[in-house]
Write a protein that binds this ligand. Structure first.
Ligand code: NAP
Ligand code: 8YV
Length: 318
């Protein structure tokens, strides 16, 4: 049987390529110099696209693929994919929910511990010889018994809440809707920030959540408050965050995502009370393998019966 043509936008693993190559002929778009000419000449040949949460499906690709039927994305967040427009065209968009909940929640815990217990400066104190020279590292703040605010109590937000139980946290949250959970609901991000000592953003990105965490929210969090972002850079007003840290309006931050990745403002890089990771919340061998397997499963199921295993909500009716 002839292989089905698959346009690959983001990078994929060898395991994904191996699993797909018996049924799909994979053409790589992202490193082509002749992108426009290639899309103009061949775009109509592709019924399937494989991408990721970072690259999504750019407008030029969406416009150049009139025969597209399925998009399978390596990641749960799909703010870089216009899912409504694809749904209108009858195109199924699939993503990778649930398989990364644990890893992203673990990354939040790692950042929280690192910021609260000053892991990076403390490590520097140990290995620089300052311990011998200047004596003990100063006391730090415990993560135990804190009021933690989860902005976005979805799949990952709930997993973060589960992790926080180990630290005897009192959980507060804000989502679009109130849930049947034993945590305190707040009807706004400001109210949530006011009530807690630790605030973690884990909503989707995109226009609806753009700058949901702004100067007012950070000021409500207060000078002892810690802010964490494992969601998307767009969820926080990065300039307001830098100002809040510089002015001591919040005590520290742990950030995995940024406005203009892979660029990070120099001001953030220079702060000792900030821990930065380069968008790696799901980036372990184990979790990326599970995500890759789901990307493949979505494409293979589509090949078998025209459906996908894990469609984004906008495409569930298709
Ligand atoms: P999810 O299950 O859809 O949960 C999203 C939560 O955000 C829901 O509780 C939703 O509220 C809430 N929300 C959506 N829009 C909101 C708004 N305007 N105001 C307040 N709350 C809002 O998604 P998930 O699987 O947990 O993933 C969440 C996001 O994490 C992804 O979209 C992605 O951007 C990010 N992520 C980042 C990494 C990383 O590498 N750093 C890895 C994985 C995921 P309702 O429940 O009321 O609808
Ligand atoms: C990936 C993510 O790093 O799932 C998401 O939404 O942000 C991450 O797991 C991203 O999709 C790029 O592959």
């Amino acid at each position: 049987m002839a292989k089905v043509k698959l346009l690959q936008i983001g990078e994929i693993t060898d395991r994904m390529r191996d699993a797909l190559s018996d049924a799909f002929e994979i053409d790589v778009l992202f490193d082509r110099d002749d992108r426009s000419a290639f899309l103009a000449e061949h775009g109509a040949d592709y019924p399937a696209i494989l991408t990721n949460g970072h690259w999504g499906v750019p407008e030029d690709v969406a416009a150049a693929t009139p025969n597209l039927k399925v998009v399978s994305s390596y990641g749960v967040g799909y703010d870089a994919i216009d899912a409504d427009a694809f749904a209108d065209r009858g195109i199924k968009v699939a993503h990778t929910p649930d398989v990364l909940n644990d890893e992203v929640a673990n990354t939040f815990v790692m950042l929280w511990l690192a910021v609260s217990r000053e892991l990076i400066p403390s490590d520097r104190h140990a290995r620089s010889g300052n311990w011998e020279k200047d004596g003990n590292y100063p006391l730090t703040r415990s993560v135990q018994n804190r009021r933690v605010g989860i902005l976005g109590l979805g799949r990952i937000g709930q997993t973060i809440a589960d992790r926080c139980a180990a630290f005897d946290a009192e959980i507060h949250y804000h989502s679009r809707s109130k849930k049947d959970v034993p945590y305190t609901y707040h009807d706004s991000a400001v109210s949530l920030a006011q009530a807690v000592e630790v605030l973690v953003a884990i909503t989707p990105g995109g226009p609806e959540t753009h700058h949901l965490v702004n100067a007012e929210v950070l000021s409500a969090l207060g000078s002892d408050g810690l802010f964490f972002n494992v969601a998307r850079g767009s969820v926080v007003d990065e300039a307001a965050l830098v100002r809040a840290l510089q002015d001591g309006n919040i005590a520290g931050a742990g950030l995995d995502v940024f406005d203009e990745e892979p660029k990070i403002p120099d001001a953030l890089k220079s702060m000792d009370n900030v821990v930065l990771t380069p968008h790696v919340a799901s980036a372990t061998h184990e979790t990326r393998q599970a995500m890759g397997d789901l990307v493949v499963a979505n494409l293979k199921q589509w090949l078998d019966d025209g459906s996908v295993k894990t469609p984004v909500p906008e495409c569930r009716h298709l």
